[in-house]
Design a binder for this molecule. Sequence first.
Ligand SMILES: [Ca+2]
Length: 329
Amino acid sequence: MTLSKPKIILDTDPGGDDSFAFLWLISLVQQGKADLVAVTSVDGNVSARLTFAGSCKLLQLCGCEAIEVGRGVIGGSASDQVEDAGEIHGTDGMGNLSHTLPDGVQEYESARSSDDLLIEKLKQFPEEITIVAIAPLTNLAAAEQKSPGILGLAKEIVIMGGAFQVPGNITSEAEFNIAYDPESAKLIFDRYTHLVVLPLDITRNLIFTDEMAQRVADTQAENAIAQFIVSLCKFMIGTAMAFRETAGISGFLVHDAATLAYLFYPETLMFRRAQVQIETQGEWTRGKTLFDDRHKTKGGANAWVAMQVDSINLLAVMVEDLKLLLAKS
Ligand SMILES: [Ca+2]
């Protein structure tokens, strides 16, 4: 029996850790293990125009420029309380390295909107598409509002977001992707049950180091992708250390990459079923993700939430796949 390759839409806001997840996914596509149907960019780490440009540049870098990129709405999130993350990811979202990458062939002005692209592809391939959502959930909620029920056509929605039993990273209580646009997150978690969540509880263990980047680049130091990986890693480590995200270890957190581990290396993760709720009202807790931990009858479970990770093996397979990306480019 041959299993069909997963069809993926990547919803992203590059983003340093997005860039690493993006390159990992392209490696899997080039190995014939996945189809990347479209990329839907969104306002988040930096503004929508920059996340669109960054997505196009990453595709161009890997020779995948034929894949369509949707554009997010500039300032499209409902939140006015959370600033973007340019101080973590660089003002271009890519460690101030985007000028070293080839320009994409697609133009923001003439691109289709991300929500329209999501709607079209979900209708074209009903129950076949996995949405890998590694950014604020603005595009997904916009698609759902334009075409109610559309996200029900997705096979699964795999989300990097939330913080359950650990502190947040944008406030004490909340994680960035959810806190940037809590209303959009709430709409999706209140309406759907085919959700998979990779929260800070496990991603804070995914410390990508300079030594790992060097291992990727090892035999191909002149390769443009290798140079980008090494330079971006160096930049991200600088800000991760400044913001004390890695318990003093010299590395940075590749949060978004956890989504791909779930899809392609699930033996690295352990999940629990839960009813995830999004706080949108709290004075101090806006954007917090919660589940009820009491031993009480529950009927409303909507998501699988990752609670444990084998970070050593997850990072090891990521490094090996990135090496394969270089070998093929
Ligand atoms: Ca992201």
